[in-house]
Write a protein of this length. Sequence first.
Length: 332
Amino acid sequence: MVTAKAWVLKKHFEGFPKTSDFDLKKIELPDLKDGGKWKLLLESVFLSVDPYMRPYSRRDMKEGDIMIGTQVARIVESKNPAFTVGAFVVGRSGWRTHFISDGKDLELLPSSWPESLPKSLALGTVGMPGLTAYFGLMEVCKMKPGETVLVNAAAGAVGSVVGQLAKIGGCKVVGCAGSDDKVAYLKKLGFDEAFNYKTVPSLDEALRKASPDGYDCFFDNVGGEFASIAINHMKKYGRIAVCGAISQYNDSVPQKGPYIQIPMIFKELRIEGFMVFRWNNRREEGLKALLKWVMEGKVKCHEQVTEGFENMPMAFIGMLKGENIGKAIVKV
């Protein structure tokens, strides 16, 4: 019998999450039995912390539930011929060190995954965040060569891939981030323009200076005041992909206006919110493209790795504070 450690939501977040909102539990896992429901025993190797966990925890979880999340896990014991011991999978079993599965909720890492490539990238650039960038740009923004793309939270797990894919697609890319180190990182990735939105005297003026002609596509990870200002810089018939609203996730009191209908009408804009799971049937296509670009060096990856399962809450809170460049990962 294996004893798993798991982080549970002790108390729903009020405002910004605190370490006291979590509780570390031990769970005894049943042994696998021939003919039983549970076919696989797995141990988590890398775990993901992502912004979506903040709003989804309120919507989908009860106090006492294991925190939601994704991991790269190694198969320790198998009674399912489709999964061999030692193979690596991506699972959605939350913040836990070990778990059992019937295999239906697991995705094997692509067979073409090079041994030299960190498997943690399956939680980032070659995983859900990368796919979010890929389908958000291709299907929601429908970017075309020669266009100008704006992305905020541009040094994060999704935004950094958005900018690089837009460059591959022949676009001019403007990125905004919250520190000078992050801005330097964006320039290293090949962004045409990048600025620190926290230090510019005027966000309105910074957006105008970065692209005087405006923006064809806006990939919005932030929402709030940034989006309200950016919408006025869109070109006619511009497209806005609303991926996240991290500026609002921790608000105790909802933000009010300004309102976007007038610029939407006059500029005839298309604004669409989306979640990446809409394209689950094309997941393999997206992963294949992302893996190819990473291996060719066209898409660069950066991970902020926190060591130790006991530090999951700290890594999560740090990510929400914007302490990470690229993807925030916890190594068990």
